[in-house]
Design a protein around this ligand. Structure first.
Ligand code: ADP
Length: 258
């Protein structure tokens, strides 16, 4: 529990520090990206197009990174709504299969009659993508990635410290990869903690997943054994509200950039 508190304080400090910078940086990048896109469209000069495309790609990588930084600071606005997670998983299956690449089998183990979760669907996509990338990196020699969903009617003892009593929807992402040692498990949610080679990992993936889950009133658990594999379980609160997304769209918060 103490380690978790230290981790929460660390996330808070880094979140405050980076949140402001990332937010302003993101606005600047939006302007840069927009201008480059316009330049690419307007010019007939192939050399300029090629150079501008390279700059655009770098700008987009920068935007992806700032969005990761923003996600564990409080600066990123949430648009929570009732989400059917099974639908999100199904709509992403092509993307996930392509991300994972050949050699890894992707299986879905989706609960029938899954409850709706109250969450931001875009965040769920980002979380699943982060977890899939980690699973791929953990299975260089191939294996199986299983994405499962479950209704949770009683909060398990292991997460009682973090979750209020109530009903949750669980998403499980399990791989048959290298697994994580106790030391790695203890630090895995820390921003910038990575065991990957330089340029391969940012150490922000799981910090982002944890930040998203906490923002939604849920949490994340790691179950892992070295040489056997890893299972990441996301808990998201259930909602009984079945309002159509179109109707609650008006609640969406638009960030004015200030
Ligand atoms: P990154 O992937 O950039 O290193 P993450 O925050 O996503 O950052 O992960 C932190 C560390 O946790 C990884 O470097 C790796 O050591 C470990 N890890 C995460 N997911 C897995 C997994 N599925 N299997 C084994 N180790 C993992």
């Amino acid at each position: 529990a103490e380690a978790r508190l230290v981790q929460a304080q660390k996330m808070e400090a880094i979140g405050q520090l980076t949140g402001g910078i990332a937010h302003d940086f993101n606005n600047l990048l939006t302007a840069v990206i927009g201008s480059l896109e316009m330049l690419i469209r307007r010019t007939d000069d192939e050399k300029i197009q090629r150079l501008a495309s390279m700059a655009l790609q770098a700008g987009e990588r920068g935007a992806a990174l700032t969005s990761q930084l923003l996600s564990f600071s409080r600066k990123q606005r949430l648009s929570p709504r009732p989400v059917q997670i099974n639908t999100v998983v199904e709509s992403m299956s092509d993307l996930l299969t392509r991300t994972i690449g050949a050699g890894v089998m992707v299986r879905a183990d989706l609960a029938r009659d899954l409850w709706r979760a109250l969450a931001d669907p875009t965040q769920i996509e980002v979380m699943l993508l982060n977890l899939a990338i980690n699973a791929r990196d953990a299975m260089p020699a191939g294996g199986t990635l299983t994405i499962g969903t479950r209704n949770i009617s009683r909060v398990p003892a292991s997460v009682q410290g973090e979750l209020a009593q109530g009903e949750y929807v669980a998403i499980e992402v399990a791989d048959t990869g290298i697994g994580m040692s106790q030391e790695v498990q203890a630090r895995a949610f820390e921003p910038f903690f990575t065991t990957k080679a330089q340029g391969k990992g940012t150490g922000l993936g799981l910090a982002q997943v944890y930040g998203f889950a906490r923002q939604s009133g849920g949490t994340v658990r790691i179950t892992s054994a070295e040489g056997e594999g890893t299972r990441i379980t996301l808990y998201l609160p259930r909602t009984r509200d079945s309002t159509e997304p179109a109707q609650i769209e008006g609640m969406k918060h638009v960030d004015g950039g200030g």
